[in-house]
Design a protein around this ligand. Sequence first.
Ligand code: GLN
Length: 483
Amino acid sequence: MHQMTLAEIARGLADKKFSSEELTKVLLARITQLDPQLNSFISLTEDLAIEQAKAADARRANGESGALLGAPIAHKDLFCTQGIRTSCGSKMLDNFKAPYDATVVAKLAAAGAVTLGKTNMDEFAMGSANESSWYGAVKNPWNLEHVPGGSSGGSAAAVAARLLPAATATDTGGSIRQPAAFTNLTGLKPTYGRVSRWGMIAYASSLDQGGPLARTAEDCAILLQGMAGFDPNDSTSIDEPVPDYSASLGDSLQGLRIGVPKEYFSAGLDPRIAELIQNSIQQLQKLGAVIKEISLPNMQHAIPAYYVIAPAEASSNLSRFDGVRFGHRCENPENLIDLYKRSRGEGFGAEVQRRIMVGAYALSAGYYDAYYLKAQKIRRLVKNDFMAAFNEVDIILGPTTPNPAWKLGAKNSDPVAAYLEDVYTITANLAGLPSLSMPAGFVDGLPVGVQLLAPYFQEGRLLNVAHQYQLNTDWHTRTPTGF
Ligand code: GLN
């Protein structure tokens, strides 16, 4: 039962082959049995899951239908869930029970999805390895000595290990696509403003975007359908109609113009990954796509710009965790300053503290123009590069990451080495563009992802290309041994 995709579950439920309650119990038992090896969950919500599954079964018995009605999922632990711990992977929020549901959580619950639990993540979504979580590192089901990627490493490991078919995640600089690549999943970061950020604990507000992680593009279409849409509670949400993502999956790729940026194939890219990317290009050519070399000349400046902008926004967003209103509070503060200092010093881990300091420095008087303003100008240049490219091509293709998943602990002493691994993913966030990663093969037994980017609001096109690719390849069907 645990091998089923969301699409297969929807058909099985519609055909009354099993009930949501039966499926939910099987998956909860599987999580209890297998997750101790992976550490992909921070909280399990068994009682809520059974209650939601029974309610979904009752709705189906009353004649209701829907692809998500009775479908088991989990939420990255930065989506607020009413009455349930929402930790953001931090000691700071270990005692925080959200007083309301995030819009994404509420929408998926209304569609009948069943929440099995909250997944592990890098603390406040800062990281690429899921090692900065206060709840401990997550292991990659393809090789338990390797990281699953981050910051949505818990969602990725759980779905890859077939503990559940799909999960929500968020992507500020690659946190959906990079863990998807590292664990052989399909993950989509939507256009900025497509999915509501209301109730999604903020890291870098101008870059954060929620999206689906699943095994197939078909399942990402189903989950995105439930997540996307205008939300008056989010001032950056965009009032644009949501197309039927499943309806365009079958479109032909005949004549599709795919741009391949020459800058993507630089010295930093593992040659074995470069070869797999070339294979995926050939596969898409067979399906009718036309390949064109393009250039993104400002790509080299994206990492330094991102690592100024994201920490700057984080330093502002995280100032709310002061020991006064919610979250961790130190024992016996001597005065207000002591309360702030010790609550924050005890509640935040090393990577979060590092970013708050970098961000506060970049925003301070005298440095603002040199760092923050400069980074914003680079951001515009990165966006302009994409706009020029999309005058010539329909989608852009390249690797998701320069290397496969590294060993646990390998980059702990060198944070900048980890930042450099984000080179292919952060540009989409700087520009606000939709981008998808899908399985493209293996290197030393570890999965590799191919990344696609499309113009604003063309999520349907990304899902269509990925679905056609998956109809003609079987990388996405491979299962890690032991799961
Ligand atoms: N690795 C990037 C960072 O640490 C991206 C994280 C994310 O997308 N949340 O900022």
